[in-house]
Design a protein around this ligand. Structure first.
Ligand code: AMP
Ligand code: MG
Length: 341
C-alpha cells in the first residue's frame, strides 16, 4: 500500500475533529455504563476492550466516510481477537456500539474492516527509518483512568515522513475551560497553524490555546501519571525539590496531561522511565506533542532530544518524555539530568 498520498492539512484536521468527536460518544456511553453497572467488578477489563475496539472502528469509519486522503493508520487495537467463535460475544457488543454512532446499516464485516484499517505497520529502511503518511490512533488512552471513571483521551494524529503534522486530542472528562463547568474538551493542532480547544460534546466557540507564561521554575506546577509503573514518582519528587517547586504534582491518566499543559493548567509534564527496555508508543504521544508545541511549549525526551516519530510504531531512539511551557525547559532538563544521573 502506498502511504505517500498528497493531503490537505486543513481538510484532514477537520476529518480528525469529526472522527474524535464521534468516538468520544462511544467511549462516554461505555464509561457511563461502567459506573451504573454496580455488579461489574472494577477488575473486569471487558467493557474497556469493547470501548477500545468501538472507538477505533468509529474513528476509522468516520475518516473513510469523510473522504480522508490518508489511507493507512497505526492503531493500538487489532480486530484479530474479535473474529471467530471465541470473539462472538464481544464482537456483537462492539458492532452494536459502533452502529449506535455510525448507523444501523453497518454490517459486522464493515465494523471489523474499520478496526483492521488501524493495522498499518510502517516499513523501516536499512537505517530503521519509516517514511510515508499515516494516522496514528490511541482509541482509549489511559485505560486505567477510564476504568476508574477518571481521565482518559482519544488521541488521533497524522504523521508525515516522520513528523507529526496534526493532532486531535479528545478529553471527555477534562473541563471545557469556559464558564459552563461542562466536561469534555477537544484540542486541535496543525503544524504552523496553532492549537485550539473547543467543547467535545456540544457546539461552542473554538479558542486559541497557549501554554503558561511561567518563567521561574519554582512557580511551575508539574503533572505526571497516576500509574507509578508508567513514570517514576520518587524521581519526580526529587526533581521538583531541585527546582524549588512546593506545589504537589498533578496526577492524571492519559494525554489529558498534554492537554492541561497546552492551556496552562500545569507547566511541566514529567514521564520518567521506570524500565530501561520500555519504548514509548507513537500513539501515546503524537497528538499530545503537536498540541503542546503549537500552543508554544516544548517536548523532548529525558535527555533533551527531540521525539523521533520516524522510527515506526515506537519512539525507538527516545527515553521518557519531558514537556514544558518552553522558557523553563532547560532548567527542568538540568534537574532531570541530575536526578537520573
Ligand atoms: P498514562 O495514562 O500517562 O500513565 O499512560 C498510559 C500509557 O502508558 C498506556 O497507553 C501505555 O501504552 C503506556 N505504558 C504502559 N507501560 C508503560 C511503561 N512501563 N512506561 C511508560 N508507559 C507505559
Ligand atoms: Mg495509550
Amino acid at each position: 500500500m502506498s502511504t505517500s498520498q498528497p493531503f490537505d492539512i486543513t481538510a484532514e484536521l477537520e476529518h480528525a475533529r469529526r472522527a474524535v468527536r464521534a468516538a468520544a460518544l462511544v467511549t462516554r456511553a461505555v464509561q457511563q455504563n461502567l459506573v451504573q453497572a454496580v455488579t461489574l467488578e472494577k477488575s473486569d477489563k471487558s467493557p474497556v476492550t469493547v470501548a477500545d475496539f468501538a472507538s477505533q472502528a468509529v474513528v476509522a469509519g468516520t475518516l473513510a466516510r469523510a473522504g480522508s486522503a490518508v489511507r493507512a493508520m497505526v492503531g493500538e487495537e487489532d480486530a484479530g481477537d474479535l473474529r471467530g467463535d471465541e470473539g462472538s460475544k464481544r464482537r456483537a457488543q462492539v458492532v452494536q456500539h459502533t452502529r449506535g454512532v455510525l448507523g444501523e446499516d453497518l454490517s459486522e464485516e464493515n465494523v471489523l474492516s474499520f478496526i483492521d484499517f488501524g493495522g498499518h505497520q510502517p516499513a523501516l529502511d536499512a537505517e530503521g527509518r519509516a517514511s510515508g503518511t499515516y494516522w496514528t490512533l490511541d482509541p482509549i488512552d489511559g485505560t486505567k483512568g477510564f476504568l476508574r471513571s477518571e481521565q482518559y483521551a482519544i488521541a488521533l494524529a497524522l504523521i508525515h515522513d516522520g513528523q507529526v503534522v496534526l493532532g486531535a486530542l479528545g478529553c471527555p472528562r477534562l473541563p471545557v475551560g469556559d464558564d459552563s463547568g461542562d466536561e469534555g474538551v477537544l484540542m486541535l493542532a496543525a503544524r504552523g497553524l496553532g492549537a485550539f480547544s473547543e467543547p467535545l460534546f456540544r457546539d461552542g466557540e473554538r479558542r486559541a490555546i497557549r501554554v503558561s507564561s511561567v518563567q521561574d521554575p519554582s512557580q511551575a506546577r508539574f503533572c505526571e501519571s497516576v500509574e507509578a509503573g508508567h513514570s517514576d514518582q520518587d524521581q519526580s519528587v526529587q526533581i521538583a525539590q531541585l527546582l524549588g517547586i512546593t506545589a504537589p504534582g498533578l496526577r492524571m491518566d492519559s494525554q489529558a496531561k498534554y492537554a492541561g499543559l497546552s492551556r496552562g493548567d500545569a507547566s511541566i509534564y514529567l514521564r520518567l522511565p521506570t524500565r530501561k527496555d520500555y519504548r514509548e508508543k507513537i500513539w501515546d504521544h503524537a497528538a499530545g506533542l503537536i498540541v503542546v508545541e503549537e500552543a508554544g511549549g516544548r517536548v523532548t525526551d529525558v535527555r533533551g532530544a527531540a521525539l523521533d516519530f520516524g522510527r515506526g510504531g515506537t519512539l525507538a531512539v527516545n527515553s521518557g518524555v519531558i514537556a514544558t511551557n518552553g522558557p523553563i525547559h532547560d532548567a527542568v532538563l538540568a534537574a532531570v539530568a541530575k536526578v537520573l544521573g
